[in-house]
Every structure is written in structure tokens, then in C-alpha cells.
Design a protein. Structure first.
Ligand SMILES: [Zn+2]
Ligand SMILES: [Zn+2]
Ligand SMILES: [Zn+2]
Length: 362
């Protein structure tokens, strides 16, 4: 048990990027149902005869859109979603992305089969493979944006485990291209723009700077004596040459982690091959830490990047792309669903410390 847990934390924290979002950090135990007992028994088979996403069963999916590096010996494969939430058919109102209101037939919904290995986890994939996967995301996003000017946002996300909404156990991600910007991204874009107008800088960059300054010393203005030291580097989980993984100070999910480029960049499409190589390393190490600390974790990750089209005008100075990783370790309570206030029973500081200090293989 860490210091901050000993002291017990009970406070409402306002999200620094989207101030309308807040989280109650209450480290008292037993406040909410835990998911610990229904952690998935990991399906670590590498090939499953009946799985439509396994190699050799290609005819069980709709014809592929693309396969890398080739259609037979593919490493990554893109296919249309058999059950699209967007497309020619009617709306599927249970889509929890705030997009229900706009389904009118010109969105796209595709599946990316991440890896030929059925049960492999992200942290078990090679850095090279992860780099290729994010390069494929990038290429497909660019193609979709170019294919129809009405598309404003291409969301890439991954559901891992049934609690995170994955209906097929074979590792995969999804791409949804929509004529509107999802609400979460819209909020981040709007508020970060306001922050930029007020402070003249990107709020994400400010948070990164803060997170990287391990210790800040506050001096008394009169006497010059040290008044207090604050430990602000406590949110860094992993750091690469170009990317950093941070445990947000007011995160909604106990083990939520964000990965951001250290240098300001608003659009994921502008990340270079060299960027993605470092990104892959930071992602792999971060997921290995999560796996060590939480074990068999079910999660969603999604890419947030500057929207296209002119809905928000230019946000290239104020928005900063990132990957949000949201592990599903507890069930939302009625209080959370009813109030919209998330409850975190692990303090973000102790979570970051546990993730940072756990030993992982190099
Ligand atoms: Zn499979
Ligand atoms: Zn920035
Ligand atoms: Zn975001």
C-alpha cells in the first residue's frame, strides 16, 4: 500500500482538458463492485479452426479491403464489418459513442485483424508489428478521409475482452468513419481551443511539461525559504524518445493511461515512421506494465486526433493527438451512470507509481 492510499483520498477532481468531466477519487475500499473475479481466462490459443479471423479462414469474412503484406501470408488484414453500426442498414442505437443521432448511410465501419495469432496480447506483439499496425491505421484513416469529403472523423479503437465489448475473441481493432465528430473528441477540441486562446499554449503540452518536471519547489516569496515541494512527476508511467505514457490526474478509469507525442502534434496522420517506431515501443512497454500490475486486463483503447473538415476551424495549435487506454476493471455503479461522475477507488498517484515501478522485461 502506498503513502497516498494510507492517507486515504476523497476528492472530486476536474478533468484539466474537459472541465465538465470530473471524477470522485475515493480510495476507501468496497465502494463498488469489483471485476476481479471475472477477469477473462485468457484465450491464448494461436490458431482456432472455427475462428473467422484466423489464417486459412479468409472466406468466412466479407472480401478483404486490404491485407499486409500480402493476401495469403498476411500480418494485418482489413475487412468490412459484418454487422456495421454505420452503413446502408438501420441504426444500431446501442453504440456508446454518441453517434447515434447521425447515422444516415455514409459512414464506414471496418475491422482490422491485428495479428494472425488468435490470442496474442498487444504487449506480446513485436515492436515492429505494432509499428506496422499503427501505420496501417494511419494509411486507412487517410484513405477514408480522402474517399468522402463529408467524413469528419475516423475513429480507430480496440476492444479487448468481453467486458470491453469484443464479441470475437481473435485480436482485432475497428475503424468507424463518420460525418460528425464524436462527442468526446468534440469536447476535447473545444475546451483545448479555449485554453489556447486564454493561455497561448496547448493544454496537453502544458500537462506533459508538468508531468515531466519531477519535482517543483515552491519558495516563499518574502523569505526565500522553501515552502513546499510538490511531486508532479508522479504521473509518468513510461517514457520514450518521442512519446510519453501518463496516468491522468483526473482519469475516469482506475488504470487509464494516455500516450502522447512529446512534441506538439495535432494530427495522428502526420506522425512519421520514426515517430511510430518509438510509439510502438512505449505502447508495448505500457501494456506490459498494465498486464503485470492488473493481470489479464480487459480494455478499450482509442485514438484521438484532430478532426478533418472545418467544423472547428483550425485546431492544429491547440489540439494534441493521443491514444487513450481504458482498462475495464470495475462495473459502473448506478451512482456513476446516474450522475455522470466517475468514481475511482485507486488514487491516480498510487496507480502511476505501481505501473512505473513494476519490473518488465526489456
Ligand atoms: Zn482466430
Ligand atoms: Zn500540444
Ligand atoms: Zn482524448
Amino acid at each position: 500500500m502506498s503513502d497516498s492510499e494510507d492517507q486515504g483520498v476523497r476528492e472530486i477532481r476536474i478533468d484539466p482538458i474537459v472541465p465538465t468531466q470530473s471524477v470522485l477519487v475515493a480510495t476507501a475500499r468496497g465502494m463498488r463492485p469489483k471485476k476481479d473475479e471475472d477477469r477473462i481466462d485468457r484465450d491464448n490459443r494461436s490458431h482456432v479452426e472455427t475462428c473467422p479471423f484466423c489464417r486459412g479462414n479468409e472466406e468466412r469474412t466479407p472480401p478483404e479491403i486490404k491485407a499486409y503484406p500480402d493476401p495469403k501470408e498476411w500480418d494485418i488484414r482489413i475487412v468490412p464489418n459484418l454487422y456495421p453500426v454505420l452503413g446502408d442498414d438501420e441504426a444500431k442505437p446501442n453504440l456508446a459513442l454518441g453517434l447515434q443521432q447521425v447515422i444516415d448511410g455514409y459512414g464506414r465501419h471496418e475491422v482490422i485483424i491485428d495479428n494472425p495469432n488468435h490470442g496474442i496480447c498487444v504487449h506480446e506483439m513485436t515492436q515492429d508489428h505494432l509499428k506496422n499496425l499503427f501505420t496501417v491505421y494511419q494509411q486507412r484513416m487517410a484513405e477514408l478521409y480522402a474517399s468522402d469529403k463529408r467524413l469528419k472523423y475516423v475513429l480507430v479503437f480496440k476492444n479487448f475482452g468481453p467486458a470491453a465489448g469484443a464479441s470475437i475473441p481473435h485480436t482485432h481493432s475497428q475503424i468507424i468513419a463518420t460525418p460528425v465528430v464524436p462527442e468526446n473528441v468534440q469536447n476535447e477540441v473545444t475546451y483545448s481551443k479555449q485554453y489556447h486562446a486564454k493561455h497561448g499554449q496547448c493544454v496537453f503540452c502544458s500537462l506533459i511539461d508538468e508531468a515531466l518536471t519531477y519535482e517543483a519547489t515552491i519558495y516563499d516569496r518574502e523569505s526565500g525559504e522553501i515552502r513546499r515541494k510538490i511531486n508532479v512527476g508522479q504521473y509518468v508511467v513510461e517514457r520514450g524518445k518521442k512519446f510519453v505514457a501518463i496516468k491522468p490526474f483526473a482519469s475516469r478509469y482506475e488504470w487509464e493511461i494516455h500516450i502522447l507525442p512529446l512534441q506538439h502534434e495535432s494530427d495522428f496522420l502526420e506522425a512519421t515512421a520514426e515517430d511510430l517506431e518509438d510509439f510502438a515501443n512505449v505502447l508495448k512497454r505500457t501494456m506490459a506494465r498494465l498486464d503485470k500490475v492488473v493481470g489479464g486486463v480487459q480494455y478499450n483503447y482509442f485514438l484521438h486526433s484532430a478532426p478533418h473538415g472545418d467544423t472547428f476551424g483550425d485546431c492544429s495549435d491547440s489540439y494534441h493527438w493521443h491514444l487513450e487506454i481504458c482498462p475495464r476493471t470495475s462495473i459502473p455503479t448506478g451512482f456513476e451512470l446516474g450522475s455522470g461522475l466517475f468514481v475511482s477507488t485507486v488514487s491516480p498517484e498510487s496507480a502511476a507509481q505501481a505501473l512505473r515501478e513494476v519490473e518488465i522485461e526489456d
